[in-house]
Design a protein around this ligand. Structure first.
Ligand SMILES: [Zn+2]
Ligand SMILES: [Zn+2]
Length: 343
């Protein structure tokens, strides 16, 4: 097959790769229905951070049909449609049972999903099958549950979004936009989206944002305070991962309120005194998407939510390099890669 490999900053290649095979009896091989590029893929693409050793097979968001399973796999079988998370999990350890599958004692982070075929370790605990093969038009939304929606959902849940409350979403990437959708679904009365981009503001409003704040940093905080009677918001969802966005999130939260953070942090350092006097709850990390998958898949299949709208660019898989460029230059919010005809 051919798959996506990152060789260095802005050097994405679609090249011959060995077909994945079952290497452990708990593995499954999927033929992907679609895959996509994540905002977090842009960090190594831009050469920031050191967690991806090039040449690195890329991609961690996926859904598709099970082709083959190892001999210890019980919960999924060939021919089923499945969605999995970017983090594998056994779903049986004490951390999984507590709902934090993204920190499972057996966790592996997925990669190599920007390809037609994918090996998924710990298939029983990682993959969630649907009862029937879903219609093609729901594939983008099902793919979104694999990470961006699951992550936005965790942002809202971890920030304790509740009916009648005010939520602020920092970040207008795909995760931020779906954090708006999640906050709306959880009943927030007022949802303030922080965004400077018109097309993203429009989608944020469609997903349930009631107010848009275009200011950033201290000005952004001041604007949120203005909108919340001077005290700050009940829940603030940080979906970026920079020093500015994290401080903006903490300072926009009222004392006793909740800050969630789901953007992979780059260069974030918090000062003890600031934290102490902010008096907020902090809860974040890699989203335990697996916890939410059954519910999110159901919401998509019953067409109660349409998170697939965040994909504003669809390309054939072999044009993956253009997909990265479009997201890097912010011409696209999120690129879906079609596997139709890919071998
Ligand atoms: Zn992702
Ligand atoms: Zn576990």
């Amino acid at each position: 097959m051919k798959g996506t490999v990152l060789y260095g900053p802005r050097d994405v290649r679609f090249e011959h790769r060995p077909d994945p095979t079952i290497t452990k009896p708990t593995d499954a091989i999927l033929r992907l229905s679609a895959t996509c590029i994540c905002g977090s893929d842009l960090w190594p693409y831009r050469g920031i951070g050191n967690f991806t050793e090039p040449p690195a097979p890329m991609g961690h968001e996926y859904c598709g049909i099970v082709e083959e399973v190892g001999k210890e796999v019980r919960n999924v079988k060939p021919g089923q449609f499945v969605v999995g998370s970017f983090a594998t999990s056994d779903n049986t350890c004490v951390i999984c049972k507590d709902g934090y599958q993204s920190s499972c004692v057996q966790r592996e982070f997925m990669s190599a999903a920007q390809a037609p075929l994918l090996r998924v370790p710990l298939a029983d605990g990682t993959l969630v099958p649907t009862r029937e093969i879903p219609p093609k038009e729901l594939i983008p939304s099902l793919l979104a549950t694999s990470d961006v929606l699951g992550t936005g959902w965790f942002a809202a849940d971890a920030a304790n979004v509740k009916p009648g409350k005010t939520a602020v979403v920092v970040g207008d990437g795909a995760v931020g936009l779906l954090a708006v959708l999640s906050a709306k679904h959880m009943g927030a009365e007022r949802i303030i989206a922080m965004s400077r981009h018109e097309s993203r503001q429009k989608l944020a409003r469609e997903f349930g944002a009631t107010d848009i704040v275009t200011e950033r940093g201290e000005e952004g905080v001041a604007r949120v305070k203005e909108l919340t009677k001077g005290i700050g918001a009940d829940s603030v969802l940080e979906c970026v991962g920079t020093q500015e966005s994290m401080l903006q999130a903490i300072r926009s939260t009222r004392p006793g309120g909740y800050v969630s953070y789901v953007g992979v942090p780059h260069g974030v350092a918090l000062e003890g005194g600031d934290l102490f006097f902010a008096e907020v709850h902090l809860h974040g990390g890699p989203a335990p998407v697996r916890r939410y998958l059954p519910e999110l898949i159901d919401l998509v299949l019953t067409e109660k939510i349409n998170p697939g709208k965040v994909f504003d660019l669809t390309l054939p898989l072999d044009q993956v390099a253009e997909g990265y460029r479009a997201m890097d230059e912010r011409r696209a919010i999120k690129t879906l890669l079609s596997t139709d005809g890919a071998k």
